[in-house]
Write a protein that binds this ligand. Structure first.
Ligand SMILES: NC(=O)C1=CN([C@@H]2O[C@H](COP(=O)(O)OP(=O)(O)OC[C@H]3O[C@@H](n4cnc5c(N)ncnc54)[C@H](O)[C@@H]3O)[C@@H](O)[C@H]2O)[C@@H](O)CC1
Ligand SMILES: [K+]
Length: 518
């Protein structure tokens, strides 16, 4: 789904209107789309109530309620602000709907009576027209509504376009913003919903077609994209029935050191879980000793070491593996030390220029010791820094990176001509060709030691099978995040999810990616 600012959305609507899809038609399509989505996706046996604001967001909601009333559902509209949508109200009433005006902060007993367990609440008070701060008298009515909906897990709250009271550009929220289980977003994702705190209020994000198709045809701006099912479904490598392990590539994983054994395991196992035909592990003796009996699927080359880290002259043993790999991943668990700077320098000089490369973790921190390191990389390259590693690479403060993730990722991906996966909640992928993707998943289940090593294996395993560096990053980030979501559901808490769980639920995330929408 494309991502837009409020200004871009307005310009797209103007252009669509000029090309024949009128504002009225867009709103009708929005309302019908919301009603259809609810009837297909949620149980609405207890009826649907709408919180209706004075603007077009309220208009969308009234049209949705009108359709559902026509279909015989029990519905009620609560007018939260004196309403300018008289014609839409008349339509709704003549379709059998019921209206209660609570805009003067009275008659809330009717609202209380409507909040029966299982009822669907459509939040259509404010959309993209809202700017903080929330003004009176709406503020007071919304605070009262908020109090009543708080902690009501027996209700299903669905936000229309955005949770009301969210700034759709910045992601800031008002005191009265109501957290939703789902947000049904019109035509394109509003960028603010992919930033915190708004993201935590929006729940699962779904697209509603308002009849204009792909919004990017109405603008010259290159729109970023939220990773969803429509983005990833075509990115999987082919797996012909006649394939053999050579068909599915060889990932050379140069990982681990005596203090960080697990990193090599997580990365190597994840590459196998992603369908890679063969994973060739380049590791020091201590890592080999501990993992050889655990990662039985792997082929091993033991790299000479000095006190558990790579010997600067140790690359010789890997030269033939470097040539036969179809992708190379480096960095997890290396440690930052003088030996590894020399080892990395030698390694970059011996890389086959056409083999895709992934650089993660400590190898990213070591890169800064090499002059113009970005000129030493192959064309197909992915860097997967977390904000701390990005800070080392750019010499910017982590706080500065975190407050401006999209712009900074985009700027440096272009500068270094790399595909950059800036990790953390709401991972940003800035591709070397200028395209930007945002992962909508923000789940503390993923914030656990070894999680990044699993991601390295996932992306490396996909590249080994011939998926481009950019596509492997997009698909890999989505699958990794969803394995976290599935792990949280299965562990029944995000607290107990470990990197081993992420590995275990990769197959579930792959299945989900292949068969269902986000
Ligand atoms: N323009 C279009 O053609 C379409 C718009 N759509 C819908 O329209 C929405 C945007 O509609 P609008 O531009 O009418 O805006 P909204 O519906 O978001 O709300 C505007 C209303 O909120 C009030 N308001 C704004 N800031 C406030 C504050 N700080 N405190 C108190 N009240 C405040 C305004 O006075 C106005 O009454 C979208 O989110 C979407 O749901 C869709 O129907 C698709 C088509
Ligand atoms: K809303």
């Amino acid at each position: 789904m494309k991502i837009v600012s409020v200004e871009q959305m307005k310009a797209i609507e103007r252009a669509a209107d000029a090309s024949g899809v009128s504002y009225e038609m867009m709103m009708k399509n929005a309302g019908r789309g919301i009603a259809n989505w609810i009837s297909r996706n949620v149980s609405h046996r207890q009826g649907v109530i709408g919180l209706v604001g004075a603007g077009n967001n309220g208009g969308d909601t009234l049209i949705a309620l009108t359709w559902m009333a026509k279909w015989g559902l029990r519905t009620q509209a609560f007018l939260v602000k004196e309403n300018g949508n008289d014609a839409l109200l008349d339509d709704y009433l003549s379709s059998g709907g019921a209206v209660v005006d609570i805009s003067r902060n009275d008659r809330l007993d009717f609202f209380d009576a409507a909040l029966i367990p299982g009822v669907v609440v459509l939040d259509g008070i404010l959309g993209t027209g809202f700017r903080l701060p929330l003004r009176r008298p709406l503020h007071d009515v919304m605070v009262n509504i908020h109090k009543r909906l708080e902690n009501r897990s027996d209700l299903l709250i669905i936000a229309v376009d955005c949770p009301s009271g969210v700034d759709c550009d910045t992601g800031e929220v008002s005191v009265a913003t109501i957290p939703a289980a789902y947000t049904l977003t019109m035509a394109a994702m509003k960028q603010g919903l992919l930033s915190h705190p708004a993201r935590s209020f929006a729940g699962d994000l779904h697209y509603i077609d308002i009849g204009i198709g792909d919004p990017s045809i109405y603008t010259k701006d290159g729109l970023s994209e939220m990773i969803d099912h429509s983005v990833i479904r075509d990115l999987f490598p082919r797996r012909p029935d006649s394939g053999h392990k050579g068909t599915f590539g060889t990932c050379l994983m140069i990982a681990g050191s005596a203090p960080y054994v697990g990193a090599a395991y997580f990365a190597g196992k994840a590459a196998y879980r992603m369908g890679c035909g063969l994973v060739h592990m380049g590791v020091v003796r201590d890592v080999h000793r501990l993992l050889a009996g655990r990662l039985l699927e792997a082929v091993w080359t033991v790299i000479p070491d000095i006190e558990g880290v790579f010997d600067p002259d140790g690359l010789q043993v890997l030269l033939s593996a470097l040539q036969s790999a179809t992708a190379i991943a480096i960095g997890p668990g290396w440690g930052v030390n003088e030996s590894n700077i020399l080892f990395l320098t030698d390694l970059l000089q011996h890389l086959p220029p056409s083999t895709p490369l992934l650089i993660d973790a400590d190898a990213l921190k070591l890169l800064v010791n090499l002059k113009q390191w970005w000129s030493l990389l192959p064309d197909q390259v992915v860097l997967t820094p977390h904000p701390g590693e990005m800070s080392v690479l750019t010499r910017l403060k982590t706080s500065e990176i975190q407050s401006n993730r999209w712009e900074i990722a985009s700027e440096y991906a272009k500068l270094w001509r790399v595909n950059l996966v800036l990790k953390g909640a709401l991972t940003v992928i800035a591709c070397a060709n200028g395209k930007m993707f945002i992962n909508p998943v923000s789940d503390p289940a993923l914030a656990t030691a070894g999680s990044g090593d699993v991601l390295t294996g996932v992306i490396g395993g996909l590249m080994a099978q011939g998926v481009s560096a950019a596509h492997a990053s997009v698909l890999g980030v989505w699958i990794h995040a969803n394995s976290g979501k599935i792990a949280r559901i299965n562990c029944k808490t995000d607290m107990s999810v470990t990197a081993l769980d992420l590995l275990d639920y990769l197959p579930g995330a792959i299945v989900k990616a292949k068969e269902a929408g986000y």
